[in-house]
Design a protein around this ligand. Structure first.
Ligand code: HEC
Length: 285
């Protein structure tokens, strides 16, 4: 009797398994028929774009930073992005890489207030920056950052060019890529409407980000005499180049060392081959 009941229970479970398998297979048929795979694509998969490729002066094995461009990019960062984004890993004195002299760097540092301790009371206070100081934080903490930015935190930009795939191109594309949400997207994914306080940008991973387009008009930043026209695209390229330098200030050294190492290895290979020929010359083979 017990065996019989056990058999029945087993049969029941096996039957349910078979049923759910059949149910799953049947319900997958229309999805597979329409999309050719088991899971329908999401709005991100269909509408996310890879960054546009810019011909950077620093691309390739012999690439070098264009100092004039880095200075323009620093200007864009200071006049636009610095309102929300910190650059907390960078010391003012590192700006010497961009071609600024000591007096200029002192002046830049002085224009920033950095945290300090009052020598008389020991209280936390702020003071004018010195070249050895780092760029100060924009907000004292994440709560303040969220409160000022519609509940989103503007990330520190020091390493942003390295933190994102194809970072230099990504930052440029993100800055120039804002657009209206495509009608096709809303037709296919009615639930994916860009939310309140968000902005549609196909280069951002989930298509909607909390940063309003920071570069919105030609001439938003005034470049010095003899520099290119400050179009949105030019400003975006310049600030991306500057942030690439910020994330990788030693790139030129890395590349030139790489070239030297390749030449050395090539020379070593030739020597090794000649030694091989010499050592085995008398051996028949
Ligand atoms: C008014 C404030 C504000 C300004 C000005 C601003 N940003 Fe942002 N930015 C934000 C906020 C907020 C976020 C976070 C967005 C999110 O997570 O949805 C952000 C995010 C970013 C990101 C990260 C995107 C990612 O992949 O996570 C980059 C890069 C960026 N900003 C670059 C810049 C640059 C370059 C400038 C200057 C040209 C700039 N921002 C100016 C507020 C600002």
């Amino acid at each position: 009797m017990v065996r019989f009941l056990g058999g029945l229970v087993g049969l029941f479970f096996a039957g349910m398994l078979l049923l759910s398998f059949i149910w799953g297979a049947v319900s997958a048929v229309p999805v597979v028929a329409e999309y050719g795979k088991f899971v329908p694509p999401t709005a991100e998969q269909e509408f996310h774009k890879h960054p546009m490729q810019v011909a950077w002066s620093f691309s390739g094995p012999f690439g070098k930073y264009d100092k004039a461009q880095l200075q323009r990019g620093f200007q864009v960062y200071s006049e636009v992005c610095a309102a929300c984004h910190s650059l907390h890993q960078i010391a003012f004195r590192s700006l010497a890489d961009l071609g600024y002299n000591e007096a200029e760097i002192k002046a830049i540092a002085k224009a920033h207030q950095v945290p300090a301790i009052d020598p008389n009371t020991g209280e936390a206070t702020t003071t004018e920056g010195a070249p050895a100081d780092k760029f100060p934080l924009v907000y004292p903490n994440d709560v303040a950052a969220r409160a000022a930015n519609n509940n989103a935190i503007p990330p520190d930009l020091s390493l942003m060019a390295k933190a994102r795939h194809d970072g230099s191109n990504y930052i440029h594309s993100l800055l120039v890529g804002y657009q209206d949400q495509p009608a096709e997207l809303l037709r296919k994914f009615p639930d994916a409407k860009t939310g309140e306080g968000l902005h549609y940008n196909p280069y951002f991973a989930n298509l909607n980000l909390a940063m309003a387009p920071p570069l919105s008009a030609e001439g938003q930043v005034t470049y010095a005499e003899g520099q290119p026209k400050p179009t949105i695209d030019q400003m975006a390229q310049d600030v991306s180049a500057f942030l690439t330098w910020a994330a990788e200030p030693k790139m030129e050294t890395r590349k030139s060392t790489g070239v030297g190492v390749m030449i050395f290895l090539l020379f070593g290979t030739v020597l090794a081959y000649m030694a091989y020929q010499n050592i085995w010359a008398a051996k028949e083979h």
